[in-house]
Design a protein around this ligand. Structure first.
Ligand SMILES: [Zn+2]
Length: 221
């Protein structure tokens, strides 16, 4: 057992030497093994979160941890498309910081926005962030609570009205779970128009969820 951990430590250490880990917020190289991928100076000044709470949305509250610009955007793109998986911890850490004054989120049943099967990606990056966050908080995380019911084209290429039409009825609740009367926390990577968050919230509430909260690593315009 100890030997296994030693090998893991050595292989992490070697990987850090060859591909030094970078701070998710300022891209400074982190030569020392950093669990959070956030450097000490950025730890002292975490980014300003965005909070969305109004009647136009189906969810009760959405929080985005860091603005989707500059280094944060670079890190998210590397995380999503270049398999830089250690950023999952960094984004989970940013979400944790952004929701520090919302203890009720830790009691909610956690799930993540599902990845479309047609996307050319080897893993669901949102689920990776959620898994890290659930481990930090000791939350109940059900990766398959929300499912895609038909394939959707990448939303980023669409204008807003087209996006809304496309995402409608694209997400369903897995019938093996009874969510009646439960508070649900949905983890997503980027909050932009809120259409994905709304679709998740509408579907969850249709299945009896009490309150639906959305936590995103990034927020854009
Ligand atoms: Zn930094």
């Amino acid at each position: 057992m100890m030997l296994k951990y030693s090998f893991k430590y050595i292989s992490d250490f070697m990987a850090d030497l060859v591909f030094p880990k970078q701070c998710v917020l300022c891209q400074k190289s982190l030569m020392n093994y950093s669990d959070t991928a956030v450097c000490l100076s950025c730890l002292k000044r975490p980014p300003e979160p965005k909070v969305v709470r109004d009647d136009r949305h189906a969810f009760d509250e959405a929080v985005g941890a860091a603005e989707y610009v500059g280094f944060v955007k670079d890190a998210m793109l590397k995380f999503k498309f270049k398999s830089v998986r250690y950023y999952a911890k960094a984004f989970a850490f940013l979400i944790d910081r952004a929701s520090a004054d919302r203890p009720y989120l830790k009691d909610a049943l956690m799930c993540s926005v599902p990845l479309s099967k047609s996307r050319d990606r080897e893993y669901n990056q949102t689920a990776l962030i959620a898994r890290e966050l659930a481990a930090m908080w000791g939350s109940d995380f059900k990766e398959d609570l929300l499912r895609k019911c038909h394939e959707v084209s990448p939303l980023s290429k669409m204008k807003l009205p087209e996006r809304k039409l496309h995402i409608k009825n694209a997400i369903d609740v897995n019938p093996v779970y009874d969510i009646y009367g439960k508070d649900i926390l949905v983890i997503d990577d980027i909050y932009t128009s809120g259409s994905t968050a709304d679709e998740c919230a509408k579907t969850l509430k249709m299945h009896g969820a009490s309150r639906v909260y959305i936590l995103c690593a990034c927020y854009g315009l």
